[in-house]
Design a protein around this ligand. Structure first.
Ligand code: NAD
Ligand code: LMR
Ligand code: MG
Length: 570
């Protein structure tokens, strides 16, 4: 198969295509920004209105079209359509209006787009792999048309654990697409060198199975051996065809997320964003909290509400940082109290999941704690433990009640409260309430974006503890160092890099950097990740000047020259 275009350098693409094929190829299309010379050479005469606009003018027009949409889903549809016809302009617009547009293409509105995927469907984007045709995986990737050196990153989900909204089957592809857009806008990952993937293994949502317009596989989720074989087939095929690509896993259910990570993390360059990305951003927040509250990390008492993929992922990374801070593993584990559906996790519970076990508390220690039914609830845990940090990864909206928060705040000067559940309506608490209930003493970071809160003449900025502050830089650092594996040290380096960008000394300051600064934060993270990859011996490339190597690797939303060539390209 001959390629229709070749990216010959950062600012140049050669193509054999002409006329309407040029306009309908997203990598080539510039709309009315094609110069007169390009129009001439590419056979575009008469196919475009006569004026030539600059990308600045196009972005201005697109922004006003965006603003004229009536609601957030309308804005999401507008941006998605733009992305599908003119990628450079899409990313230009996004980078010029980051805080305003990120919530539209990513959390929280990406959740709405996933729920309405089949009904809102307009055109395909990415790769749809089906468990009913595992032999078709290779052909699907071939049809995508990329060569072995053309792909840096693949994001895949099976759609079972989308944000906190659960199983949405094939619609999950939009989280893969959303994450990849964040990679590009934050860390300059080249959008032409990535693939979003849905691993369609069915859905258990009756609503989807009984919807005549549902466009995913119409059967229940396949589990067990067939699931594992399908995943393995995907991993083997993707790594064989694209040997340099990072495999990013997103929004799987907790059991599968854990198993897959365990199986592949020491074999190939892969990570799970909900476990490790979330762990890293939360550790960054916790490091800032330790600074702001002037309480060393190892002295923090941490209650985690919702001990699933994210909750235990966070506990593991913060625990490992406590070990680096001088505690033994045993001592560090004892700084955590994890609460899930059955209440506080205790070592005598029979149905603990493997990954929860090391954080379970000795049952003997709580014999006189008050029980609700069988278990010990969050309120009692807070009363007994006097936590310094309370983390929410439960998907239980409003779980951090006034009573619980006031009880926590009665015993610590700067209670740190991190309601991390997404999307917005599932947040365990609203920042404005937390500030009022603690009279402005709370240190807050949330999973979804929240506006600043003004209370008694101070404006409080709410850090967004979303893995979006970590995975882009992590990916960039991994690409720049051509790391063979993604090691614990690379994640720890990412956390420290994010925390290093924050100044918590001012009243009302956020504990995490502003999303507006996503690009510089991601570059800072990437440099530290390259250093860590080299230190761990997994880097296949060791740039002398890491800062410059990271800058050079970042794609910019600027149109390349599109050159018309005759001969088919190799
Ligand atoms: N901010 C971020 O970067 C980030 C990253 C990952 C996940 N999250 C959010 O965290 C939430 C959880 O995601 P996950 O992937 O860990 O899901 P998960 O299903 O693996 O974990 C959720 C856990 O909460 C528990 N839970 C549910 N109801 C509960 C209740 N009433 N009381 C106590 N525990 C309860 C579940 O049993 C489960 O163990 C989601 O809303 C997700 O959006 C945020
Ligand atoms: O996607 C996000 O916004 C963060 C996280 O990966 C989640 O699943 O909630
Ligand atoms: Mg996720």
């Amino acid at each position: 198969m001959h390629k229709k275009y070749t990216i010959t350098s950062k600012n140049n693409i050669q193509t054999t295509l002409r006329g309407r094929d040029v306009l309908s190829t997203v990598v080539l299309n510039k709309g009315v920004a094609f110069t007169r010379e390009e129009r001439e050479a590419l056979g575009l005469k008469g196919l475009l209105p006569p004026a030539v606009l600059s990308i600045e003018q196009q972005a201005k027009r697109a922004y006003s079209q965006f603003c004229s949409q009536h609601d957030d889903i309308g804005k999401n549809i507008y941006l998605t359509s733009l992305q599908d016809r003119n990628e450079v302009l899409f990313f230009r617009l996004l980078s010029e209006h980051l805080s305003e547009m990120l919530p539209i293409i990513y959390t929280p509105i990406v959740g709405t787009s996933i729920k309405t995927y089949s009904h809102g469907y307009r055109r395909p984007h990415g790769i749809y792999l089906s468990i009913d045709d595992p032999d078709g995986i290779e052909e699907a990737f071939q049809n995508f048309g990329a060569g072995p050196d053309d792909i840096d990153l693949i994001v895949a989900t099976d759609g079972e654990g989308i944000l906190g909204i659960g199983d949405w089957g094939v619609g999950g592809i939009n989280i893969s697409i959303g994450k990849l857009s964040v990679y590009t806008v934050a860390a300059g990952i080249d959008p032409r060198r990535v693939i979003p993937v849905i691993l369609d293994v069915g859905t258990n949502q009756e609503r989807l199975l009984n919807d005549p317009l549902y466009i995913g596989n119409r059967h229940s989720r396949i589990r067990g051996k067939r699931y594992e074989e399908f995943i393995d087939r995907y991993v083997q095929t993707a790594t064989k065809m694209f040997p340099n690509a990072i495999l990013h896993w997103e929004d799987l259910a907790s059991g599968n997320a854990r198993q897959i990570l365990k199986k592949y993390r020491h074999q190939i360059c892969t990570f799970n964003d909900d476990i490790q990305g979330t762990g890293a951003i939360s550790l960054a927040a916790v490091l800032s909290v330790a600074k702001a509250s002037k309480t060393p990390l190892r002295d923090q008492r941490i209650v985690v509400f919702g001990a699933g993929t994210a909750g235990i992922g966070i506990a593991e990374q913060v625990r490992d940082a406590m070990i680096r801070d001088g505690l033994s593993k045993e001592e560090a584990n004892r700084r955590f109290w994890c609460v899930d559906r059955p209440g506080l996790l205790l070592d005598n519970m029979v149905d603990l999941r493997d990954f929860q076990k090391e954080f379970a508390r000795p049952a003997s220690e709580v014999s006189d704690w008050q029980r609700e039914g069988h278990g010990i609830g969050l309120g009692e845990v807070v009363r007994q433990v006097h936590p310094t940090i309370l983390i929410g990864t439960s998907t239980v909206s409003g779980a951090f009640t006034e009573e619980i928060v006031k009880e926590m705040a009665a015993h610590v000067d700067r209670p740190a409260i991190l309601p991390l559940s997404n999307p917005t309506h599932l947040s365990e608490a609203k920042p404005a309430d937390l500030i009022e209930w603690t009279d402005g003493r709370a240190l807050i970071a949330t999973g979804s974006p929240f506006d600043p809160v003004t209370y008694k003449n101070t404006t409080y900025y709410i850090g967004q503890a979303n893995n979006a502050l970590v995975f882009p830089g992590l990916g960039l650092g991994t690409i720049v160092s051509q790391a063979k594996l993604m090691t614990d040290r690379m994640f720890a380096a990412a956390s420290e890099a994010v925390a290093s960008t924050v100044d918590v000394s001012q009243p009302g300051a956020a504990v995490l950097p502003d999303v507006e600064d996503l690009r510089s934060v991601s570059a800072t993270v990437a440099v530290k990740v390259v250093e860590a990859a080299i230190a761990d011996g997994v880097a296949r490339r060791k740039p002398d000047d890491m800062i410059q190597a990271v800058q050079d690797a970042m794609w910019q939303p600027v149109y390349p020259n599109v050159e018309a060539v005759k001969d088919p390209l190799p």
